[in-house]
Write a protein that binds this ligand. Structure first.
Ligand code: B12
Length: 147
């Protein structure tokens, strides 16, 4: 079975690449095939890369406080392209001191499967992603088996 493919990058005009670089290393160490789009990646580029690589997941990073505007339309574009990866977002997702639960709720409404704050433990994130993709695989297997 080939390694799951994950697309990572910072979205919009965000130039903070240190977190996403650590994320890339953590994912690679866990055996993922990682496409790192680096800093200041447009939603269109995330979608194009996910489409081209048939990605299992997209992990978006944003630190500078404008993630909500930058992620506008991302999930609609994914749907238009006919791709359905798991989507996570993490970092410093709002300007100032907004309570994290409010932030999480907002990004969940926008379509993200999971939302992480800056204190997120990357090993734990990798574990969650691994089990999520395994579950998906089991689900699709059982669906295929029932056909
Ligand atoms: C270094 C830095 C910069 C550098 C970035 C260099 C680079 N190329 O990466 C420079 C000087 C360029 C910069 C610029 C700016 N910055 Co700055 N920067 C920082 C700083 C000091 C550290 C960020 C960092 O690298 N941390 C280390 C890494 C390892 O931590 P991390 O990024 O948080 O990533 C971890 C987690 O968040 C998580 N994570 C990150 N992404 C994801 C994604 C997923 C899916 C998951 C699961 C987890 C995850 O995993 C990482 C490991 O634990 C922070 C303050 C701080 N202490 O955080 C401010 C900070 C992020 N910057 C800030 C701001 C405002 C700016 C500017 C707008 C300033 C300005 N007016 O010009 C610009 C924006 C430029 C741009 N276009 O993005 C603010 C953001 C405020 C907000 N969100 O409310 C901060 C918080 C400073 C502050 N307290 O005001 N910055």
């Amino acid at each position: 079975m080939s390694a799951p493919t994950v697309v990572v990058g910072t979205i919009g005009s965000d130039a903070h690449v240190i977190g996403v670089t650590l994320l890339k290393h953590a994912l690679e160490e866990a055996g993922f095939e990682v496409r790192n789009l680096g800093a200041q990646t447009s939603p269109e580029s995330f979608v194009a890369e996910a489409d081209e690589t048939d990605a299992d997941a997209i992990l978006v990073s944003s630190l500078y406080g404008h993630a909500e505007q930058d992620c506008e339309g991302l999930h609609e574009r994914l749907a238009d392209a006919g791709v359905d990866p798991v989507t996570y977002i993490g970092g410093n997702l709002a300007v100032g001191q907004t309570e994290f639960e409010v932030v999480r709720q907002r990004f969940r409404e926008m379509g993200f499967d999971r939302v992480f704050e800056t204190e997120a433990d990357l090993d734990a994130v990798v574990d969650v992603l691994q089990s999520e993709l395994r579950v998906d695989e089991q689900v699709s297997r059982s669906v295929r088996a029932s056909l």
